[in-house]
Design a protein around this ligand. Structure first.
Ligand code: ADP
Ligand code: MG
Length: 665
């Protein structure tokens, strides 16, 4: 017998597993496990409210699995508004269950499916679950759907509310859980016919809030100074900084690293870690590593760290009070990303991140007056400030024709809905009765914006689908292709110039993709981000895989750019013409400018189509391509009158064709 034998020392892996189980049991949700399961058993729809970090996202699906909800291969689906959250949480849960990510636990985000036949816990973006309705309208393979982070009120989450409420009526066996941070839960309950609310009491330590005396002129610089001040003067504890996007975050991290280098051994070690949506996943994972003793960690994050991800050990929060928001003008149909003050609800969530493990401090880089008078109470739901083209197309393909009477929690503005219908009609996706056309059905198959899917489908006619697929893929990894480190700006810009071909930015992107050959060495030498290229290739592969389904033959235009630019005319909403000092959009005469990064910044051709508008210091068009006005009449005769497209001068636009590099050099 082995009774008197010494127990073998636990292996590293077993130790880790044990401590992870301890962490699981220490989460605020754990004491409520049985009550929660009982409530789920009793009610079909349950709203669950709990402080960020209480364990909703990582624990509830595991509890359900342990309770038998995946018997017979049924799945538990959990939606997340953000890609990063879906990936990161799935990875964490796979680790807690000691399974390989992609087996029992997986995730599905646009252009990336990390699930298998065996997957029973599926984390996914809300947009992906929406697309699953196309293939499985009653979600028959799911026993439970968790709509997580419901308070974020993304467009896709809001649409899911309506669809899931509807299918729950004829699928009494389906459990629906609506999980949210401590916001808005009464409204969710009300929407779901007074579903009960299960509250998980949070543990929260007090957070002291500090305001600035005067507004900050440069909040980025103010963040950097605040981080260093905390680092030098305050007791141990990690720092979380909220910025609005990748560019700001990278700039902030660079500044911090540079100043720490200069201070050298005069200060303790400061680990600077960024987190944003496009950050490669191995880098994302780093924010969760425990801080080594004696050092301090500073995580520089987008809104993602507000409620979607919990980073343990944060004691200090720095909040400049801004976020990047989509805004939509339903009159002109223009959508743009704007940095705006965040809401008071957001600011309070941010502050809350400082009080999870101990009493904390939140430094607001704005005045107390601004908090009271310049910030909105809550964030406006996305459905009320975005283009609805995508969602309307999807709902139409699900057979939902009467959108005016769809069960919206907060209905979109009437004009926005009407404009979406008009645009889909103009694109040929709907007929004059508002019914889906064959083209519309094919467009809905592609997981991209209607204008982009129209471009892909138009490429068939112009015989350049090969190139257009590449461009579509490159556009989807937007703005992260070119690498421009601060200390090598000149080299990077020169490298970029080498890719310029006539015609516009889309052709430059195509040129980069074609030349790259997907070699790391090549990318490194040419200041191209290898990871973005790899992602573009994945996206392209997936899109190409769908071409069969929508019956588009993949053929090449053989280096002629005209057909490519013509396919692009599907973006006829995004047309601008040169006028004094800048450009004017054709339909609404709004003044816009070519982005300084564009290959056409200096050339200023007469007619342009842009991929998107961003508002920074001005309204900039990003990713522009030169077109001829006559093409617009050809693709959208119902949208343009020839008068609108007359050139002011009688001279015809010089005809340029994008040629290959050999012909240029
Ligand atoms: P909620 O959804 O209620 O905000 P989560 O389930 O996301 O809470 O997180 C619960 C806890 O799980 C966190 O406090 C943290 O300790 C741990 N955790 C979550 N995700 C990760 C991760 N990727 N790495 C390490 N720990 C994590
Ligand atoms: Mg969560």
């Amino acid at each position: 017998g082995g009774e008197d034998q010494e127990a073998p020392a636990l292996s590293q892996a077993e130790l880790k597993k044990q401590s992870m189980q301890e962490v699981r049991r220490s989460l605020p949700i754990f004491p409520y496990r049985e009550d929660l399961l009982a409530a789920i058993h009793e009610h079909q729809i349950l709203v669950i409210e709990g402080e960020t970090g209480s364990g909703k996202t990582t624990q509830i699906p595991q509890y359900l699995l342990e309770d038998g909800y995946t018997k017979g291969g049924m799945k538990i689906g959990c939606t997340q508004p953000r890609r990063v959250a879906a990936m990161s949480v799935a990875a964490r849960v796979a680790e807690e269950m000691s399974v390989k990510l992609g087996n029992e636990v997986g995730y599905s985000i646009r252009f990336e499916d990390c699930t298998s036949e065996r997957t029973v816990l599926k984390y996914m973006t809300d947009g992906m679950l929406l697309r699953e309705f196309l293939t499985e309208p009653d979600l028959a393979s799911y026993s439970v759907i968790i709509i997580d982070e419901a308070h974020e009120r993304t467009l896709h989450t809001d649409i899911l509310f309506g669809l899931i409420k509807d299918i729950a009526r004829f699928r009494p066996d389906l459990k629906v859980l609506v999980a949210s941070a401590t916001l808005d839960t009464e409204r969710f309950s009300c929407f779901f016919d007074d579903a009960p609310v299960f509250r998980i009491p949070g543990r929260r330590f007090p957070v002291d809030i500090f305001y600035t005396k005067a507004p900050e002129a440069d909040y980025l610089e103010a963040c950097v100074v605040s981080v260093l001040q905390i680092h030098v003067t305050q007791s141990p504890g990690d720092i979380l900084v909220f910025l609005t996007g990748q560019e700001e975050i990278e700039a902030c991290c660079e500044l911090l690293q540079e100043r720490c280098r200069r201070l050298g051994s005069k200060i303790a070690e400061l680990l600077v870690l960024p987190i944003y949506a496009n950050l490669p996943s191995d880098m994302q994972a780093k924010i969760f590593n425990p801080t080594p003793p004696g050092a301090r960690k500073v995580v520089v994050a987008t809104n993602i760290a507000e409620t979607s991800l919990t980073i343990d050990g944060i004691i200090y929060v720095i909040d400049p009070g801004f976020c990047k928001q989509k805004s939509y003008n339903a009159r002109t149909g223009m959508e743009s990303l704007i940095v705006t003050p965040c809401s008071r609800a957001s600011a309070n969530q941010r502050a809350g991140r400082a009080g999870r493990v101990a009493a904390g401090k939140c430094f607001r880089l704005y005045t107390a007056w601004a908090f009271k008078h310049e910030m909105e109470e809550t964030t406006v739901p996305e459905i009320q400030r975005t283009n609805l083209g995508n969602v309307v197309l999807l709902l139409k393909s699900l057979g939902i024709n009467d959108l005016i009477h769809f069960d919206f929690m907060d209905p979109p503005p009437h004009e926005t809905l009407v404009l979406a219908l008009e645009q889909l009609y103009a694109l040929g996706a709907l007929n004059h009765l508002g019914e889906l056309t064959k083209l519309g059905r094919r467009m809905a198959e592609l997981p991209v914006d209607p204008m982009l899917s129209k471009m892909i489908l138009a490429s068939e006619q112009y015989k350049c689908s090969e190139e257009v697929l590449t461009i579509a893929a490159m556009l989807s990894v937007n703005n992260s292709i070119f690498y421009r480190p601060k200390d090598k700006v000149v080299h990077a810009d020169n490298a970029r110039m080498n890719f310029v071909v006539p015609g516009g930015d889309h052709l430059v992107l195509l040129n980069v993709y074609t030349q790259s050959g997907h070699s790391t060495q090549w990318c490194y030498e040419n200041f191209i981000q290898f990871r973005s290229m790899r992602r573009a290739r994945d996206v392209r592969d997936q899109l190409e895989g769908l071409m069969d389904r929508i019956e588009v033959e993949v053929v090449s235009s053989q280096e002629d750019s005209v057909p490519i630019r013509r396919s692009r005319s599907g973006y006829f909403y995004h047309t601008a013409r040169l006028s004094k000092g800048g450009y004017k959009t054709v339909k609404h005469q709004q003044t816009v400018y070519v982005h300084p990064n564009s290959s056409l910044f200096e050339e200023q051709p007469r007619w342009l189509i842009y991929h998107e508008l961003v508002f920074t210091t001005k309204e900039f068009m990003r990713q522009v391509i030169e077109i001829e006005s006559s093409w617009l009449l050809e693709v959208a005769p119902h949208y343009y009158k020839s008068k609108e497209l007359e050139d002011s001068s009688s001279k015809k636009m010089p005809r340029k064709q994008g040629k290959t590099k050999e012909e240029l050099g």
